[in-house]
Design a protein around this ligand. Sequence first.
Ligand code: Z5A
Length: 211
Amino acid sequence: MKQGKFITLEGGEGVGKSTNLSFVKQLLETHKIDVITTREPGGTIIAEKIRQLLLDKGDEVVSEQTELLLMFAARAQHIQQVIQPALRQGKWVLCDRFTDATYAYQGGGRGMDVSVIAWLENHVQGGLRPHLTLLLDAPVEIGMERAQKRAELDRFESEKQHFFEQVRTAYLQRAASNPQQIKVIDASQSLPDVQAAISDSLQMLIKNNHA
Ligand code: Z5A
């Protein structure tokens, strides 16, 4: 059986990943593609528990090392339990964030050693990499403004603007060094324009699937 495709959505907070995840799912389904949606950190019972540990603003400070290792612990579980089985069954996997988020947040935002992230990526994922990453990019103020309409801010959302600027820069650097995989979408546009750009970026992958 033909393996499914692995598509990830990335970007800073509030840029519209969740909104557009539903749009991409519907678009693929109109092309008769069997697709599952999932997210990181999370996607399995254990990985969702790890997500809670990562997002909660508890009394104990989470060290950077702990944060990085928990991201990859959740990812290891998610890959084994959800992503690889679905791809093997020929399903497409649509994931809200993946390892590019680790490079952007832990690498760019926290300033952690990128070679350690790369080592963990190889160790946990083997050869698994997204076939396509849609990077929703918008000025930090726009994402923050959209996100702040929500109730309570989590541990990441409570970071300062400078942190998110570093995250955005790291994302854009990754896109520049890997343009085949990562397509930058201008997420500051109106939703219909963002979705038209997303649709264009997916056409090649959809066409090849039916070839
Ligand atoms: N994290 C990490 O550090 N390292 C890692 O390896 C991974 C993650 C995997 C949880 O992620 C945190 O984990 C994340 C990074 C860290 N923290 N942050 N920040 P998350 O994905 O759950 O959290 P999030 O980035 O805050 O995502 P979100 O809250 O779900 O936002 P979103 O999905 O990008 O946005 P949205 O909910 O779709 O849209 C926000 C609002 O804007 C909503 O009202 C929409 O209707 C509106 N919207 C969307 N698009 C538009 C346009 N184009 N125009 C106008 N309004 C719009």
